[in-house]
Write a protein that binds this ligand. Structure first.
Ligand code: NAP
Length: 541
């Protein structure tokens, strides 16, 4: 049964709604759909003016998904996946946003979403057993359940550089790109950063700008996308077998259809190793680092993959000094691997220059542009491709507390703690979709979101059936899970560099490796066992 507008909440008659969901990206939209299906009165609150989350905000030139479109999409409705036709191997941002909008229309989601509204605080009232959720408009909405679909990469990181306010030109951040066309023709543009966003934006900006200066602090690895239009036959083939392909996808390591590694990079001959890297390189995309089992665990194995990519960079970039600057020195896969289209080739253009800011940082921004050492790099526009306060920034921007005096900001002072990346001790009836401690950012997000949303919706449905109204994580279960997440990361090379996975990109952020590295199948099995054992690790009353 679908809850009609204005109907009464089913679970707590004192509340305005049964559930409040924060965010109308792919997480919030599917959460709304599932809760509606349970007959629960749900309100989604969204800061943007439309659905789409990440794909609403990140509309910089070249923005495109690194996950293959036929599998970076919802699987919950076969009718939906049959009727929607992706046009490219990797969908560009406008197409993904169009898909999100289509889903919102098709399932009539918008009538339960409040757009242009930011949640500022949420407090759990123990006596009434409900969350009071406050918005920037001053409204207070109540519901027994509050579900955060706020995303992992949704609060932008704008570095505090002296003099930025004095800059005479236009400034942009890739994560909050304007909705109107930005024309860089005949302008000198500076891009700060060389992560995934920058690596997509730089080739596009270089085509239109008079001159592009890239300020690079850490050179990054990128594997070619080899993006191409999907043929009608390719689409039809996947659609004909979607049911079994989706089931296969659910049990892959990262919800991606990569061929899993079978061997160590060190147990094969040099020729076999090179052939395997070459084969993966030609396939393109993030599956490159799945070539061997130990790339993320053995320094020597990692070096073989890193050397392969560095040789590719040297073969493409004509100026040897620029090529050396672009060759990453860090562990491959330590920071998120990038997927590119013509990124390294861009440095062969006459209108592109690369400035190394690793040893001498950008000390200040003068009215004319960034200052490095004694040199002012004059630009007309500055693009910050400087990333996000990942995984925790958006949740900590909301003042989340309880009437018993618990607070998320206090709880996470030394780093995030969360059970299964789904819920937390001390904060009853609050769920996070893909929170810290879940496989989240190591996976294809849409199927991961579907898994979490189903877990949460099923838990609420089970509570309703059994007449229980309060669910809270047990402190010991949470601590054990946090330890398990840390133990999984410890033997890997990943925690060793200054990535956003450990919060190192944000000054003062506690250094904690946040995502779960054990892979989707192990995580799914944990979740199944939790439910089969009466929600082990949760206290229900
Ligand atoms: P990011 O990976 O955090 O990269 C930020 C870049 O800005 C880094 O190169 C960083 O250098 C640089 N930077 C930050 N502060 C700086 C400063 N003060 N001076 C100079 N350089 C500075 O951010 P992102 O590129 O937006 O990507 C974030 C994540 O979003 C990705 O890892 C990925 O998970 C996701 N994403 C996915 C796609 C896709 O699917 N196609 C596209 C974009 C983003 P350091 O490395 O030295 O810190």
């Amino acid at each position: 049964m679908t809850a009609a507008k204005g109907s009464s909440p089913a679970m707590n008659p004192r509340a305005d709604f049964d559930a409040i969901v924060v965010g109308a990206g792919f997480a919030g939209m599917y959460m709304l759909h599932r809760l509606r299906g349970l007959g629960l009165k749900t309100r989604v609150i969204e800061a943007g003016q439309d659905v789409g989350g990440t794909w609403y905000w990140n509309r910089y030139p070249g923005a495109r998904c690194d996950g293959e479109s036929m599998f970076y999409s919802y699987s919950f409705s076969d009718a939906l996946q049959q009727e929607w036709t992706w046009t490219e191997r990797y969908a560009a941002q406008p197409e993904i946003l169009a898909y999100a909008r289509h889903v919102a229309d098709r399932f009539d989601l918008r009538r339960d979403i409040a757009f242009d509204t930011r949640v500022t605080a949420a407090t759990f009232d123990e006596n009434q057993r409900l969350w009071r959720v406050t918005t920037h408009r001053g409204e207070v909405l109540t519901a027994p359940f509050c579900i955060m679909g706020t995303g992992n990469l949704s609060t932008t990181n704008l570095p505090e550089i002296d003099g930025l306010a004095t800059f005479r030109g236009a400034t942009y951040h890739t994560g909050t790109w304007p909705h109107h066309e930005v024309d860089f023709a005949s302008r000198r543009v500076g891009v700060i950063g060389t992560g995934s966003s920058a690596i997509q934006a730089i080739p596009m900006i270089a085509r239109s700008a008079a001159h592009l200066t890239v300020f690079q602090r850490t050179a990054n690895y990128a594997v070619p996308a080899w993006n191409h239009p999907l043929t009608a036959e390719e689409v039809a083939e996947v659609k004909a077998h979607y049911a079994e392909l989706r089931e296969k996808q659910r049990w892959t390591f990262s919800h991606n259809m990569f061929e899993p590694a079978a061997r160590s990079a060190l147990e094969v001959s040099e020729a076999e190793r090179q052939a395997e890297y070459e084969r993966r390189w030609r396939e393109g995309g993030l599956g490159f680092t799945s070539a061997f089992t130990d790339i993320q665990y053995s320094d020597a194995a990692n070096q073989t993959a890193a050397d392969f990519v560095r040789a590719k960079i040297r073969a493409v970039v004509k100026d040897p000094a620029t090529a050396e600057l672009l060759c990453p020195k860090i562990i491959i896969g330590c920071k998120r691997l990038c997927v590119d289209t013509g990124y390294f080739e861009t440095y062969n253009r006459d209108n592109v220059s690369l400035v190394d800011v690793s040893s001498t940082p950008i000390t200040r921004i003068a009215p004319e542009g960034p200052v490095i050492g004694e040199t002012i790099h004059a630009v007309d526009a500055l693009v910050f491709a400087t990333g996000f306060d990942a995984m925790t920034g958006t949740l900590l921007a909301i003042d989340i507390t309880t009437s018993e005096g618990n607070s998320l900001r206090d709880k996470w002072r030394d780093g995030p703690t969360c059970y299964l990346g789904l819920a937390m001790a001390g904060l009853p009836n609050l769920f996070i979709i893909t929170g810290p401690g879940s496989p989240s950012v190591f996976t294809n997000m849409i199927p991961t979101i579907e898994h979490h949303v189903d877990f949460i919706a099923d838990a609420i449905a089970d509570m309703r059936r059994s007449g229980r109204t309060r669910i809270e994580v047990d402190g010991a279960a949470e601590s054990a899970w946090v330890q398990h997440v840390a133990d999984l990361a410890e033997p890997s090379l990943r925690p060793s560099c200054n990535s956003w996975y450990v919060g190192a990109n944000i000054p003062g952020k506690p250094r904690v490796f946040m995502p779960y590295m054990g892979g989707v199948p192990a995580y799914r099995r944990h979740c199944i066992e939790v439910v089969e054992n009466g929600y082990r690790g949760f206290n229900l009353s």
